[in-house]
Design a protein around this ligand. Structure first.
Ligand code: CTP
Length: 429
């Protein structure tokens, strides 16, 4: 945080306004989006649009089979660049198109990647524009497989993926488990587009300001069981914590996410349910970490007794649940934190935002607290955006107006990197 005391300065507001307007982490990056012929090709439209909105210059290359599922027109409209399909198409340039594309790419992302394109790439076959271009390029290649689970599990596909990953050093974005288009259930669904975007950002972002730092992040809302069917929960979607983890990973941090929401990422994700589960996992990892960022909404109370059977309707109109206090994870870790560790807490408040947040900052011995007013409509819980006030233990205070959670996360990563570098420079006492 740059300044102390003053909450509003027009200079800062201008900077934040331009941060929102210019939020383009993939600016100056040229990404070739290769689309092969599977039903997941329709998701390439979303992906193309997200990559472009994040600032990338995106050029789509479709295989002939991909054109059975989506049109070049959709992709050229979404990328705002011509889409490429023909291996022997006429170009404005004298150079063959596959060489032209191969040379300008910072990254080639193939999503979805069918068993067929994976097999071609593994054996060096180049009988269409996409496979020829990959062979001709020296750019990093990322592959997001999408296919029927049996096709994915087939030894031929497994061998081909192994070649791509371990011999060619392509990055495989693992497919997810679930029901695939043909109705089969298993692993084979293409990774979520948000997850693909996060992997791309992690690969391309240059400011590796958290390189070598271990950052532990919590996300989501804990669920406290009442009986085998019911639980006490809260409205947290986990989006802020996941955005934090993606942003920190993008800067080279060694990220561990402890989350109540399942996500598929290249960094380790520990899925937990209750506050006690979260406490156990976070406590086990804390000592080895440089920073802890607690975005999770941890239930303060849990049912004192958990019924092993489903609680039945009784004659009585009322049911009384006895609750007992959960551990306060931040409070406990704030007490044992070393001087070379940074802890960032979050505070969602419905009243007296600043005084409640600053009390929590002091009480829990935090370095920073990120406070938001949950009564403001359309932001916060479940939304992609939030507006927050960041308070520092050193008295610093900063207002971030409404912006994407990812932009807030990037800003917090800047602050965290600054704090960690101050610690590194401080003389050893
Ligand atoms: N937190 C925690 N363990 C708890 C409760 C909260 O670690 N049992 C953390 C949250 O992850 C958050 C910060 O403490 O980073 C503040 O959480 P919040 O729910 O706003 O505050 P509480 O301390 O629970 O106080 P209250 O609910 O009374 O506002």
């Amino acid at each position: 945080m740059k300044s102390k005391g003053q909450s509003r300065s027009s200079k800062k507001e201008k900077r934040h306004a331009s941060e929102i307007e210019n939020f383009a982490p993939l600016e100056n990056k040229t990404i070739i989006l290769g689309v092969s012929g599977g039903i997941a090709a329709y998701k390439a439209c979303d992906l193309a649009s997200m990559l472009r909105r994040n600032g990338a210059d995106v050029h789509a290359v479709l295989t002939p089979n991909a054109r059975e599922f989506i049109t070049p027109l959709s992709l050229s409209t979404l990328t705002r660049n011509p889409a490429h399909c023909e291996q022997y198409g006429q170009t404005e340039n004298w150079r063959p198109e596959h060489i032209d594309l191969a040379k300008k790419a910072d990254l080639i992302l193939i999503a979805p990647a069918t068993a067929d394109i994976i097999a071609k790439l593994a054996s060096g076959i180049c009988d269409d524009l996409l496979s020829s271009m990959v062979l001709a390029s020296q750019a990093r290649v990322m592959v997001a497989p999408a296919m029927n689970p049996n096709m994915l599990n087939h030894p031929a596909t497994q061998r081909n993926l192994d070649i791509l990953e371990n011999r060619f050093r392509y990055e495989i974005i693992p497919p997810e488990f679930g029901e695939v288009a043909c109705g089969d259930v298993g692993s084979g669904k293409m990774a979520a587009v948000e997850s693909i975007l996060a992997s791309v950002a992690a690969r391309l972002l240059v400011h590796r300001t958290l390189s070598g730092k271990r950052v532990l992040i919590t996300a989501g809302g804990t669920r406290e069981p009442i009986d085998p069917v019911r639980f006490i929960g809260n409205r947290s979607s986990g989006k802020m914590g996941i955005a934090m983890a993606d942003a920190a990973a993008g800067r080279g941090a060694d990220v561990m996410l402890v989350s109540t929401v399942e996500v598929n990422r290249s960094y380790p994700v520990y899925v937990v349910e209750t506050a006690q589960d979260m406490q156990e996992t976070v406590e086990a990892e804390f000592d080895g970490c440089d920073a802890l960022i607690m975005t999770a909404a941890v239930a303060d109370f849990r049912p004192l007794r958990v019924s092993s059977q489903k609680i039945k309707k009784t004659e009585s109109e009322d049911l009384v649940l006895e609750l007992t206090k959960n551990p306060d994870i931040l409070d406990l870790l704030g007490r044992v934190k070393r001087n070379d560790q940074i802890i960032i807490g979050f505070a969602a408040e419905s009243e007296a935002l600043l005084s409640n947040a600053s009390q929590k900052l002091k009480r829990k011995n935090l370095d920073m607290i990120v406070a938001n007013d949950i009564t403001v409509p359309d932001i916060g819980f479940g939304s992609d955006d939030n507006a927050v006030i960041i308070l520092g233990a050193d008295g610093a205070r900063e207002n971030l107006p409404r912006m994407p959670k990812r932009a807030i996360a990037e800003h917090l990563c800047d602050l965290l990197a600054e704090k960690l570098s101050e610690i590194e420079k401080a003389p050893v006492s």
